[in-house]
Design a protein around this ligand. Structure first.
Ligand SMILES: Cc1cc2nc3c(=O)[nH]c(=O)nc-3n(C[C@H](O)[C@H](O)[C@H](O)COP(=O)(O)O)c2cc1C
Length: 81
């Protein structure tokens, strides 16, 4: 099984949570952590579990700039938008 934890974080809180989730999954040898800043290189082929985290900003999920995550999801994940 392959798990990927992807996060957006402006102040560092979501990053800490994502790190803990990835560390816990990593204890089972299935976790990988990647910031949305690096998401241009996001490779979802073979990923069984995708964990997405982001802070609440302006009453909704943060919307990081850059095309990486959304284009990766659109191209690789049925039902994701
Ligand atoms: C620009 C901005 C907008 C925010 N808007 C909200 C909000 O609408 N509701 C809320 O509960 N918190 C809001 N927050 C607080 C963040 O959700 C909170 O500080 C969060 O822990 C930040 O996560 P991060 O450290 O991963 O960036 C906002 C923070 C920022 C910087």
């Amino acid at each position: 099984m392959k798990a990927l934890v992807t996060y957006d974080s402006k102040l560092g809180n979501t990053e800490q949570v994502a790190q803990t989730v990835a560390d816990t999954l990593g204890e089972e040898g299935i976790g990988q952590l990647i910031s949305v800043d690096e998401a241009d290189a996001l490779e979802l082929e073979g990923v069984d579990l995708l964990v997405l985290g982001g802070p609440t900003q302006r009453h909704g999920l943060s919307r990081p700039s850059g095309p990486g995550l959304s284009s990766s999801l659109a191209g690789s994940c049925a039902g994701c938008s």
